[in-house]
Write a protein that binds this ligand. Structure first.
Ligand code: DP6
Length: 325
């Protein structure tokens, strides 16, 4: 009873920021992302009757800390879904997501884990159910079930059955690229889980964040459909700034940005002033991702690499959804 799955990470263009249910991982708002070809996780899950507890290896090393608890907690959910509570597994995961690039490897990690576990148990689940299960490992991971542009519909039911991802447009719909700008700086101080909770609970700006989502979502979907890069870029950038504004209105206030984060934001605006369409987005950390079109790849990467404090620039195309190896 073994299966191996591959999942790519995704970058949110409309951010998921805040939960209405912490344990089921139900979001306050719908979000929209692009799955990325360049960053992925492969995970094999083998259920073995002789095991008395789960085992988790990440990049070849046994993991026993908090990450193990999240993996085994998630497997408990799959086990109870399958009605196989006493069935433990060996999980082998390899991350092809440079941690330094500031992508949450939890998105590709939980998507690959969910897909492999469900397949290993032979559960007949469709992608909607898989996305719903994956959501309970890490919210953003539910979008990585699909390739290309993906919306996570927040849903409204208390049991979360209507909160899952749906594909908006496949990876080959439109060749837009994302450059991950790697900063030479330290780990983030406020984890995304803690940061989003603090803003929901205390931010003076949280209700405006929520109020703006339906408009941003409508507009970005229209921009994706018509391949209007300026429209998509402007909305994504403004949506990211609104998300980060909520952190400044929190109590105690915080910010994920470093000096170099802001230098990259300025450089992207300057590129635009010089006629190169490029837009930034930032998750719960200091690193910046830049959206651009393939014809501008060379100049964009060079300009970003020239910024003091930038360690590397790694670019990616749109990627595919879950696959089985
Ligand atoms: C800022 O999905 O990592 O990247 O559901 O608590 O595991 P949990 O959070 P996670 O949060 C991602 C937040 C974000 C925005 C996004 O990806 O939509």
């Amino acid at each position: 009873m073994k299966a191996t799955a591959k999942a790519h990470t995704n970058i949110a263009l409309i951010k998921y920021w805040g939960k209405r249910d912490e344990s089921l991982i139900l979001p306050m708002n719908s979000s929209l992302s692009l799955t990325l070809d360049g960053f992925y996780t492969t995970t094999s899950v083998e259920f073995r009757t002789e095991l008395t507890k789960d085992q988790f290896y990440l990049n070849g090393e046994a993991v026993v800390d908090g990450q193990f608890d999240r993996v085994t907690g998630f497997l408990n959910l799959i086990r109870s879904f399958a009605g196989k509570d006493n069935f433990f597994a060996t999980v082998n995961s390899t991350n092809h997501v440079p941690t330094a690039a500031g992508f949450a490897s939890s998105a590709s990690g939980f998507a690959a884990l969910a897909a492999a576990a469900v397949k290993a148990l032979g559960l007949p689940v469709d992608e909607t159910v898989l996305s719903r299960l994956t959501r309970q490992g890490s919210g953003s991971a539910c979008r990585s079930i699909y390739g290309g542009f993906v919306e996570w519909e927040k849903g409204s039911k208390a049991d979360g059955t209507d909160s899952y991802a749906v594909p908006i447009a496949p990876a080959d719909h439109w060749d837009i690229r994302v450059a991950a700008v790697v900063l030479s700086s330290k780990a983030k101080k406020v984890l995304s889980r803690e940061g989003m909770k603090r803003t929901v609970d205390t931010s003076a700006f949280y209700s405006s964040w929520i109020d703006g989502i339906p408009h941003d979502m409508d507009q970005i979907k229209d921009g994706i459909r018509t391949k209007d890069f300026e429209k998509v870029g402007k909305i994504a950038e403004a949506n990211c700034l609104k998300m980060h504004a909520t952190t400044l209105g929190a109590n105690p206030p915080f910010s994920y940005w470093h000096d170099t984060t802001m230098a990259v934001m300025h450089a992207v605006r300057e590129l635009r002033e010089n006629g190169i369409p490029a837009y930034f987005t930032i998750d719960a950390g200091p690193n910046v991702k830049v959206l651009y079109l393939p014809e501008n790849e060379q100049i964009l990467k060079q300009s970003l690499r020239d910024i003091p404090g930038v360690h590397d620039v790694i670019s990616s195309k749109a990627g595919q959804g879950i696959s089985y190896l």
